[in-house]
Ligand binder design. Structure first.
Ligand SMILES: [Zn+2]
Length: 189
């Protein structure tokens, strides 16, 4: 919505509000026709302003995508990705998928579909906030080993945590206790 549209729409809606305030049993029919015209004008303005389809989900990526009522963002696509990630998180990757017959489904077989993108982010507590302390890993085990090594290092941070980056973020595990430290004026920590 551009500024001119916003101004025009705001004015039209305020006019409608005034009509509502003034409405009474004595309101003459002529006045009601005026209300109808103003209402139509406001609707026309809205039609011009809103050019996108009504969102079916609360997902920023797939606002008009298929709906999964049980998903927090109502997005079936993202919920499917999250479920897949959770499943592989619990079960680990399938060691060796059994050989699959040539695809007979137009949706392809499991192995043909791209894997969902996900990363594991090692973070440390710097006394103020959590900050990324290493390269995000494609593998959880690798990220945990990295954090273990950091903790054994010469100057380990007070706390580390592993963040699972997917469609949304989820803290999987926290090591140590993140205590907020006030910033020293002389900055001598
Ligand atoms: Zn989505």
């Amino acid at each position: 919505m551009n500024h001119a549209q916003l101004t025009a729409l705001g004015r039209a809606l305020r006019v409608l509000g005034e009509h509502g305030e003034a409405l009474s049993a004595d309101t003459p029919d002529g006045r009601l026709h005026e209300v109808k015209d103003d209402l139509r004008r406001a609707l026309d303005l809205l039609e011009e302003t809103v050019t996108t389809a009504v969102p079916s989900t609360r997902c920023a990526e797939h606002p008009t995508g298929p709906v999964d009522k049980s998903a927090p963002d109502l997005c079936l696509l993202c919920e499917t990705r999250r479920r897949t990630a959770r499943r592989s998180e619990f079960n680990g990757p399938a060691p060796h998928a059994p050989p699959v017959e040539p695809a007979q489904s137009r949706y392809g077989v499991r192995g043909d579909r791209p894997q969902p993108q996900q990363r594991w982010l090692p973070e440390l507590w710097n006394g103020q906030t959590w900050q990324l302390c290493g390269t995000p890993r494609r593998d959880r085990r690798e990220a945990e080993l990295f954090i273990a090594a950091e903790r054994r290092g010469p100057r380990p941070a007070m706390a580390y945590r592993l963040v699972h980056e997917f469609t949304d973020y989820e803290v999987l595990r926290v090591w140590g206790t993140p205590v907020r430290i006030d910033i020293e004026p002389m900055g001598n920590l």
